[in-house]
Design a protein around this ligand. Structure first.
Ligand code: ADP
Length: 260
């Protein structure tokens, strides 16, 4: 009897391992597919700023004494370099996703601390735009990856700053409900046209190309935020958006919550 119990336990453990491995392989192949598409797009998107930087450098080479040209060139080269920088940052965030395909263990993450850390990093930008920050933060523990969770927050909060109105407000709240930690990020910005609410999560989608360019956006922030939340068993939803502002909600599995 003892022997057959051992065999049965071993078989069960093997079956569990097989199930985990199948899941990991599925995740990896989905990631692989996404990455290939993404890299194709990124290469294309890199060319636009590089072309304009090169064009200005060529012009300066031809007209080295043209001060007005110099001024425009510095402005454009500056903003296009900013765009390139942001894209490189986002490509790195995408490659960070790969590690989660095989990693099942998750850390106990103190949510409030991570939010405060990200807000601190954005403080400069928040003051520059004359925005007010309101937060209602409660102690909460998520079962998540700290770096990945940080990427989710950085992207959502960065948008709450970028797309806000001058003198606007950013509100951050969090809590725990039904085995999930939730974080809500609200802004008093320009809003997203209702019919585009799903599209904005697609990589490289921007509502207004010109405005996105001014802000240095490549349309990757929301796609990355959602993917990073999903690999951790969470989600990013657009809860409400209109001309008075936008509200996003992140959910992550709560630490020690009974699994459903
Ligand atoms: P980007 O890098 O352009 O900000 P995102 O993927 O983060 O890319 O967002 C996609 C588009 O969704 C943005 O170009 C912007 O038009 C819109 N958007 C995202 N967040 C907000 C927000 N909080 N308020 C208004 N519009 C937003």
């Amino acid at each position: 009897q003892a022997m057959s119990d051992t065999i049965s336990d071993t078989l069960q453990a093997m079956e569990e391992e097989r199930r985990k491995l199948t899941l990991a392989v599925e995740k990896l192949s989905l990631l692989d597919q996404r990455q290939k598409q993404f890299i194709g797009n990124v290469t294309h998107e890199f060319k636009t700023p590089l072309t304009s930087i090169k064009a200005y450098l060529d012009l300066l080479d031809m007209y080295p004494d043209d001060n007005r040209l110099l001024e425009t060139a510095i402005g454009t080269i500056g903003s296009e370099t900013g765009r390139l920088y942001e894209m490189v940052e986002k490509v790195l965030q995408l490659s960070a996703l790969e590690k989660y395909a095989f990693e099942f263990s998750k850390e106990k993450v103190e949510v409030r601390g991570v939010i405060l850390g990200v807000l601190e990093g954005l403080q400069g930008k928040i003051s520059k735009f004359g925005l007010t920050l309101q937060s209602e933060l409660n102690e909460a523990f998520a079962e998540a990856d700290r770096d990945s969770f940080t990427i989710v927050l950085v992207n959502l909060l960065d948008n709450a700053v970028k797309y806000n109105k001058p003198g606007g407000v950013i509100t951050v709240r969090n809590g725990v409900r039904e085995g999930k930690v939730w974080i809500e990020i609200a802004d008093t910005g320009i809003g997203i046209p209702g019919e585009l609410a799903d599209k904005v999560f697609q990589p490289f989608y921007t509502v207004d190309k010109n405005r996105a360019r001014e802000n240095g956006g490549a349309g990757l922030g929301l796609a990355l935020a959602r993917q990073h939340a999903e690999v951790q068993g969470g989600a990013v939803e657009l809860v409400r958006t209109d001309s008075t502002g936008t509200l996003f909600r992140v959910t992550l599995p709560a630490y020690n919550a009974p699994s459903i």
